[in-house]
Design a protein around this ligand. Sequence first.
Ligand SMILES: [Fe+2]
Ligand SMILES: [Fe+2]
Length: 286
Amino acid sequence: MVFREPSVAEYWLVLGDMHTGSEVAPMPDWVDVKLLSGEVRTIYPNDGQRALNKVWKDMVENLPPLTGVIVNGDCCDGNNRKSIGRGCWTTDLRCQVEACAEMLKPVMAHLKHPSNAYFSQGSEYHVVDDRPLDQAVADKLGAHYQAEHIIPMLGGDFRVQVHHYLSGGLGNWMYLPTAPARDQMLLALNSDPMEYGDINWVIRSHKHHYTNVQFSAYSGVTVTPSWQGKTEFAVRKGLISVPKIGYCLLKLYDDGTAQMRPYLTRALRPCKEAPVAYGDTEIAEA
Ligand SMILES: [Fe+2]
Ligand SMILES: [Fe+2]
């Protein structure tokens, strides 16, 4: 191999955990929710959602021409049934699906081939049992839907395995790359052509944090960031980890090598600071 500066042959956008319907995730500028009476209630984003929407729009405006898009599960929030619907701006699932598709349409407009969009199945809780919301959004956009994908990129020379779940059996306090590296190794141990074949890159989501490990110029594993801030469930349970917000671009180069580039932001703080009064003055809320 002769070293040279390669140029990008293919850009693949990788999105995970949009959670449309959550009050701490982006949403369209307004959404009409049809009530049972036939009346319409119009819902607008809150301040935090407006900050997330700005980031989402920045992403859309800055995307290069894309060979493909991967939307790796939990694209809608579902009805949050264990919290009796708290944390959702609507529990109308059809409305969540339409809102998610509306946000993704300008993303899909960057595709060189409109059919190269791949949706995977999210967590059961957000998929909502027998109605995979990810599939409903994929259908609306004419995209491919499957629980898990193997996507042959670079004309088949670069194979990527995609699944929403990163199984959490190794525990929260493990070094973050341990679980994704385990999945990468297991795929390597199941590489018969009738199993997974040779896999260059592994993509996972679900954790709402970002981890990327590159093992060679041709192989690596990525856990994608999410689009959902700290949920009311996480607040109530005292969970400390702040979700990472943003997207990734998988860049495939003309010499067959690859890099995953993260685009992360700090749009939402997990908790506002409390005001404290001294005499006549009060330290303003930050
Ligand atoms: Fe999620
Ligand atoms: Fe999930």
